[in-house]
Design a binder for this molecule. Sequence first.
Ligand SMILES: CCCCCCCC(=O)SCCNC(=O)CCNC(=O)[C@H](O)C(C)(C)COP(=O)(O)OP(=O)(O)OC[C@H]1O[C@@H](n2cnc3c(N)ncnc32)[C@H](O)[C@@H]1OP(=O)(O)O
Length: 224
Amino acid sequence: MTDALDAVARLFVNDGLSEDEIARQAALYGPLADDVRALIPLAVQTRAGDDDVRQAREHLAAAMELLGRTKEDHPFGTRFNDNGNFRVWGNAVMGLRNAIAPLHRINHDPDGRVWADFHLHVGFEGPAGHTHGGVSALVLDQLLGDAARVGGSPGMTGTLTLRYRKPTPLGDLHGEAKLDRTEGRKAFVTGHISGPHGICVEAEGIFIKPHWPVEDGRDRNQTR
Ligand SMILES: CCCCCCCC(=O)SCCNC(=O)CCNC(=O)[C@H](O)C(C)(C)COP(=O)(O)OP(=O)(O)OC[C@H]1O[C@@H](n2cnc3c(N)ncnc32)[C@H](O)[C@@H]1OP(=O)(O)O
């Protein structure tokens, strides 16, 4: 566990950035991730022929060469400033700089409920025309974890139990979660994902406050 603890501590950094600089970086790198995100369904769905695909790949290779000229050699981690402006821009579910992240924003209600409306494109397919079960788990893990955090008990996922009640369509979906109770360092959270025809996946999670630093800002909605 020491190696994991060292890695988490190393990547949990007050980088002292001003709000202006954070806004500048968000405006620069957010749209880059959006462009890459838009490429994913295109790779699945394009009917372009040999020449167009070859040409597109040459453009992409040029873009990758430009972007790779200077880059960090470690994951993004958790960065914050003295105002408590936390950034998890590499996060797989809602990282501003992560093209696979399907959520733009997690909203917090005063009663502790957290929720998100989101869109899963064809790159998230599992069963034909439907959402991959692991993707539902991905989204629910984040939502339940955020409900634990908002409820004052931030933690790592210890156990996540899912019940897939009916196939989850691709497209526009809704997810929500709420902290039910805590026992010592353990937070018990429930949630679900619903589509146009009701609840598709139900989740129960136990989140455990670890012996290392975690984001504990409670009083704000999380936006990419
Ligand atoms: C805003 C943030 C949202 C984040 C959402 C995304 C969350 C994630 O993806 S986290 C990544 C996935 N999870 C992980 O990798 C966790 C890996 N596991 C670990 O790091 C550790 O096992 C950890 C931190 C969960 C628990 O370790 P540790 O603190 O040593 O637990 P330990 O002291 O043995 O047990 C504490 C209590 O929790 C219970 N417990 C321990 N592990 C588990 C578990 N996996 N499930 C349920 N209960 C557990 C113990 O029984 C004990 O209960 P009690 O106090 O009643 O006796």
